[in-house]
Write a protein that binds this ligand. Sequence first.
Ligand code: NI
Length: 254
Amino acid sequence: MLFDTHAHYDAEEYSQDRDGVLAALPEMEVGLAVNPGCNIPSSKAAVELARKWPFLYAAVGYHPENCGPYRPEDLDVLRELAREPKAVAIGEIGLDYYWEENPPKEHQLRVFRDQMALAQELDMPVIVHDRDAHADSLAVVREFPGVRGVFHCYSGSAEMARELVKLGWMISFTGVLTYKNARKAVEAAQAVPLDRLMIETDSPYMAPVPYRGKRNHSGYVRYVCERLAELKGVSFEECARITMENGKRFFGIA
Ligand code: NI
């Protein structure tokens, strides 16, 4: 069975057929999946979906692209949502300097830090989104040595991945690993020990080859697992087993 550690089933891309897509996943060897939130309504939706689907778990948080409306009192709502039995992480949180229309850096940094502090308070892991903000993301990670987390859809260097591993963090890869131009992600995957790696789809985005450009779902996490197995020199079954164990250990799922 496979563990898709990052998929957004509350996204509008599934508004027509959400139940059908989710119901089909166990037959596609998907044993577990985590649905991160991107703002308050999305975090609530993630929790609702996790209540409904036995294999689905939730994370709650403000995504950097969506953090414009964030106010400190939102932390109380997130804290409450995080107490749900199937809420397993604070996420996705982090920094995104790629899009010019994103909230200002200072605001993103504040929201990121506030949520890292919440994770520390609740003793929960975090799911970090870092796009074109590698140095600042690593700096915030270092400010919270008591917080452990995962860099999802990893896009940093192999050197930074080694640094994160040293700090006790996990690294997760999407279908990007299957793309022809994925040299950087491939090097990073090779640099990280197998017991620190997780796999994900980031559905509905980032569909792996041979479905690149199409709507993604957790069933396609097998293509990420296949590619990672190839890069690490282990069998598909071994890679599936280890990434499943890593995910369960990281998110505290029995
Ligand atoms: Ni995401």
